[in-house]
Structures are given as C-alpha cells and as structure tokens.
Write a protein that binds this ligand. Sequence first.
Ligand code: DQA
Length: 144
Amino acid sequence: MKLLIINGPNLNMLGIREKNLYGARDYKALCEYLVNEGNRLGVEVELYQSNHEGCIVDRIQEAYQNIDGIVINPGAYTHTSVAILDALKAVSIPTCEVHLTDVNAREEFRKISYIRLACDKTYAGFGFDGYRMAMEYLVETYGK
Ligand code: DQA
C-alpha cells in the first residue's frame, strides 16, 4: 500500500509559526514522524508540501492509479478550495483530512471545509497524532 501525505500552505513553517497553536516541532520533525509511522504500519509513504493551490491539484492528479490513500492537511485551502475538492473527487482515492488544531473551536471561517466533502474522515486537534490516526484508518480500511 502506498500513502501520499500532502501538507498545504504554511505547514513548512511549523516550529516557527504560532507555536502556541501548532507546537514547537518543525516540518522536518513531522516528516520524520510520518516516515516512522509508515514503517511501523508497513506501508510506503510519499510526502508532499506546497504553498500553491495549483501544485496541490497537480500532485493529486498525478496520484491517480499510483496511490492507494491520501492524507491531506490543506492548511488554509481547507476553507476556500473547490479546486482541491474537485481534484480529490476526480481521482477518487480514499482520503482523510487532518488538522493539527481543532478547527471547530477556532474562528467561524475555519469551521467550513470544502475538502471534507471528499474525505472518509477528519481528524482535527490531535497534533501530529491526527496524521497517524488517518494513516491507521486508511491501512485498516483499504488494506496493505
Ligand atoms: C490547519 C488549520 C487551518 O485553518 C490553517 O489555515 C492552517 C493549519 C491545522 O493544521 O490546524 O494552516 O490546517
């Protein structure tokens, strides 16, 4: 099984951006965590981060017939991007949405997620663990 883990805008700034919300660990630490979890679960993991909506759309399209599950933290595009939603619907690869913070307990605009409409599950407010939970769900549900 091959999982693609997509992180959207500003997630490369982890460890620098709003540490009170997103924690002190940086994006490199997140990547190491994701690779370790992939090894533990016995699945291949591909990591992708971009600050650009169209690049994320391109990466999702490239995943068609190559990737068995997607874990995506779309960052701020969560709340705005019909294009990313449509790309996920187009490839119809099992997908989970992850947010480090509990988006439902923050500003009103963060409660809206276009991406969720193409996702099996959403994990929000669990920090790095949310990615693990999403990976475990995809492995358990869609096999190795
Ligand atoms: C985020 C939540 C979004 O609202 C925000 O724009 C982000 C990060 C999270 O992981 O909690 O960039 O997706």
